[in-house]
Design a protein around this ligand. Structure first.
Ligand code: FES
Length: 195
């Protein structure tokens, strides 16, 4: 897929509009800031992607595929309790920096109360448990859930009413599964590579 695919911008703008719907003024300000951050990051990423394309193009097919399948994200500006959204392979990825209270809350839930039982510890990297990185795609029919909404201090999908907790696990509603954790790694303390 070409890095300058205009559909990326369309998807980015669309899910930010959806996220903005029904928010308080304070949340809207925060969301606009997130959007600008995300948009500038994405444009930057596309710019870099365009610049390296001739280089990638000369690699063998496996290596080229691998390079285009990953995205590096600067997380240095994300405050505790906040999150950003980036696009990876045309899909939104939520990166949330959780507070200690949120981590404690996620780990205090009994597995028997979860429709898709999974420990919070299994959804984050060892020693980096403040960072939750997951596909921002509802596991029911694929809408983009809203952050800081719903009954479990996590995300809420307004399409059919699925509630996710602060670990991205489904807690209530028609979605059958927790939001998916993609492959990712910490390149350094300020950079996450997705893919
Ligand atoms: S797509 Fe999210 S609840 Fe249906």
């Amino acid at each position: 897929m070409c890095h300058s695919d205009p559909r990326k911008y369309y998807y980015l703008v669309l899910f930010n509009i959806i996220n903005n719907f029904n928010m308080s003024e304070t949340e809207k300000k925060t969301n606009r800031r997130d959007f600008l951050f995300t948009a500038s990051y994405t444009i930057g990423a596309v710019g870099v992607g365009s610049a390296i394309w001739p280089l990638v193009h000369q690699m063998n097919p496996d290596k080229a595929q691998q390079a285009l399948a990953t995205t590096e994200v600067d997380i240095s500006q994300v405050e505790p309790g906040k999150s950003i959204t980036v696009l990876w392979r045309g899909k939104p990825v939520f990166l949330k920096r959780r507070t200690q209270d949120e981590i404690v809350e996620a780990r205090s839930v009994a597995l028997k109360d979860l429709p898709d039982p999974q420990k919070d510890e299994e959804r984050v990297k060892d020693g980096k448990d403040e960072w939750l990185v997951m596909l921002g795609v509802c596991t029911h029919l694929g809408c983009v859930p809203l952050k800081d909404k719903g009954e479990f201090n996590g995300w809420f999908c307004p399409c059919h009413g699925s509630h996710y907790d602060v670990s991205g696990r489904i807690r209530k509603g028609p979605a059958p599964k927790n939001m998916e954790i993609p492959n990712y790694e910490f390149v350094d303390s300020n950079t996450i590579k997705i893919g």
